[in-house]
Design a protein around this ligand. Structure first.
Ligand SMILES: Cc1ncc(COP(=O)(O)O)c(C=O)c1O
Length: 458
């Protein structure tokens, strides 16, 4: 489907379009996907970039902002991906751009472990204030989600003096050696990359669509496995995503997370919430733990924290965070000043621009559209998620078996028709919607129309 917009004069010239919310908010295709410039770059990528680094939608970006991403051929896509839940405040959000520009003109780096700077402390204070619980907290900053998770485990082991870490079925915690061990899915994340870090054990997750268990029942199964196969006295930490990301946007049944958290407290086990994907207003609360009323001991954050700049954090109880010796935590770039400046601007937007409420509105709109589709299409087995983190699970209507081929076809059709759409799930059968919180309703509806057509066509 080519959408022709006659208001545009002349051919598209890459490199001259400014991103941010001023970008025309429309879906518009002017070439086939990928267009000639993207095809040229894809050819250069094949000869220059390791093949292990894949691209799911084969176009190259020229500008992005609000709810759209424009490629180097001038095609304007509706952005239902936000770079995997990163640009929640919008791509090139004006506050973030200004903060970054001002910071790079002052200094770009000192290494916080060499000489300090106030923005690192400001971010730590903001996270201590915003994360669940009003106990005394401390924060340490890093670069990526995986690095935050690794450090949360290091801190928990240092505090407890215990080795074992419990992760869950369908979990995704990253691609470094320790986080590969925590991640559940072999292909593409782990295959051929072992051996993995020891003392990681996997417990069953509450997956209401597939296990039919209540939160309490599922928690009892998980706790029984931990106690019988690992032994509570050996466990340093339980790590869990309050809503699973890559694993399929699985929302555990109510009561599952709180039962696990209570068990952890009773047994001196550190409860780590991996809110790398769910954090920062994404789910209609500042942190997804709030929906279940849980107060994690440690919380790992990244992605949405800094509007697109690489930054991550571990925040938690002061006595746990302060267990490692002086000099035991850090890294050259952790809490880089440019990323901290961006984070302060992004946090300001999350707190004061109504983005938490906007995530709730996005949930209402998307769930209404998707449940309506489901009522007419039994291949949509489940509609789930919270806020602007919504998914549909596609299945064979007769057997309930996951339908990865249909999922891939829907994603491809959507890409070809101007929507950045991501898939996920252990079985590759989940379409996930992660729009920026700054997207408007018209784009949401238009993008969902494309997905509906894609389902019809498949
Ligand atoms: C829940 C969760 N934890 C950790 C990570 C790893 O983050 P990063 O890719 O920044 O290392 C991700 C990334 O998708 C994630 O979704």
């Amino acid at each position: 489907m080519t959408i022709v917009d006659s208001s545009d004069a002349g051919p598209y010239v890459p490199g001259q379009t400014t991103g941010g919310p001023g970008l025309p908010q429309r879906r518009r295709l002017v070439t086939e996907i990928p267009g000639p410039r993207s095809r040229e770059l894809l050819a250069r990528k094949s000869s220059a970039v390791a093949r292990g680094v894949g691209i799911s939608l084969p176009v190259f970006t020229d500008a992005a902002g609000g709810g759209v991403l424009v490629d180097v051929d001038g095609n304007s896509f509706i952005d239902f991906g936000t770079g995997i839940a990163v640009t929640g405040v919008g791509n090139a959000a004006p506050g973030v751009v200004t903060a970054v520009q001002q910071q790079v003109e002052r200094y770009t780096h000192t290494c916080f472990m060499i000489t300090g700077y106030d923005s690192y402390v400001d971010v730590a204070e903001a996270l201590n204030r915003l994360t669940p619980g009003d106990h005394d907290k401390r924060t340490a900053l890093f670069n990526t989600g995986a690095e935050a998770v690794e450090n949360a485990v290091k801190i928990a082991r240092s505090y407890t003096g215990r080795p074992a870490v419990i992760a869950f079925d369908h979990a995704y915690h990253g691609r470094t050696n320790l986080t590969m061990a925590l991640t559940a899915k072999a292909m593409p994340y782990k295959s051929g990359f072992g051996p993995f870090a020891p003392e990681i054990y996997r417990a069953p997750l509450s997956y209401p669509y597939r296990d039919g268990l209540s939160g309490d029942e599922a928690a009892r199964e998980a706790i029984a496995m931990i106690e019988k196969q690992v032994g509570a006295a050996s466990v340093a930490a339980v790590i869990i995503e309050p809503i699973q990301g890559e694993g399929g946007f699985i929302v555990p049944a109510p009561g599952f997370l709180s039962a696990l958290s209570a068990w952890a407290t009773e047994n001196g086990v550190v409860f780590i919430a991996d809110e790398v994907q769910t954090g920062f207003a994404r789910t209609g609360a500042m942190f997804a733990s709030e929906h279940e009323g849980i107060v994690p001991d440690l919380i790992a954050t990244a992605k949405g924290i800094a509007g697109g700049l690489p930054l991550s954090a571990v925040t938690g109880r002061a006595e746990i965070m302060d267990a490692p010796h002086v000099g035991g935590l850090g890294g050259t770039y952790g809490g880089n000043p440019v990323a901290c400046a961006a984070a302060l601007a992004a946090i300001e937007a999350y707190e004061h621009d109504g983005l938490i409420e906007r995530a709730g509105e996005i949930e209402t709109l998307m769930k209404a559209r998707l449940t309506d589709l489901q009522s007419r299409d039994p291949r949509i087995g489940d509609v789930r998620g919270r806020g602007a983190m919504i998914a549909i699970e596609l299945v064979d209507p007769l057997t309930g078996e996951p339908d990865a081929a249909l999922t891939a076809a829907v994603a491809k059709h959507s890409h070809d028709n101007g929507v950045v759409l991501l898939t996920c799930g252990t079985f590759g059968n989940v379409i996930r919607f992660l729009p920026p919180l700054s997207i408007n309703d018209a784009l949401l509806h238009d993008g969902l129309d494309v997905v509906a057509h894609a389902l019809e066509a498949a």
